[in-house]
Ligand binder design. Structure first.
Ligand code: ZN
Ligand code: ZN
Length: 159
């Protein structure tokens, strides 16, 4: 959002709002899709030397769980709080700062819930829904392979 400084009187609180097309802002991630426009609601307060611009960015989104790859409906409620030095300037372009606020807060890995078991790396089954056969085989072969290692160690100790 571009704030033209002459549009604002000093020490007068002004409410502003704007809708953005998230695609134009290049905000999507592999695990985050915007399902509608991004709405900005904010306040502007200009003083003789600075401009305070704060508010919230809201949008409905769909996030992909990093473990089970299932899309989950969610929403962005991102507060922002920006200060600008305005001496000698006619306008302030706030878009890059707003983008940054959204990008910095993007989680490294989104999970649908902390207890999500994810997908089986072998057969791709969703382990939240059922235990797959691979899991059962692991449980059977697990103790046996440990026993094998035990004997290997024993042998090497005897040498
Ligand atoms: Zn999940
Ligand atoms: Zn499996």
């Amino acid at each position: 959002m571009k704030l033209v400084l002459r549009d604002y009187s000093e020490d007068e609180l002004i409410s502003v709002s704007q809708d953005y097309d998230p695609k134009e802002l290049d905000l999507e991630f592999v695990d985050l899709k915007y399902t509608d426009k991004l709405r900005l609601e904010g306040q502007v307060l200009k003083s003789s030397e600075s401009l305070h611009f704060w508010g919230e960015l809201n949008a409905p989104v769909e996030r992909i769980c990093g473990r089970c790859v299932i899309p989950v409906k969610d929403k962005i409620d991102q507060p922002f709080d920006l200060y600008y030095e305005i001496k000698g300037l006619e306008e302030i372009e706030t878009l890059d700062d707003l983008r940054e606020t959204l990008i910095v807060d993007h989680p490294v890995q989104y999970v649908c819930r902390q207890s999500c078991k994810g997908l089986c790396p072998q057969c791709g089954a969703n382990l939240n829904e059922k235990a797959c056969r691979c899991k059962i085989q692991d449980e059977i072969s697990g103790p046996l392979s440990k026993l094998g290692e035990f004997f290997k160690k024993k042998n090497s100790n005897n040498l």
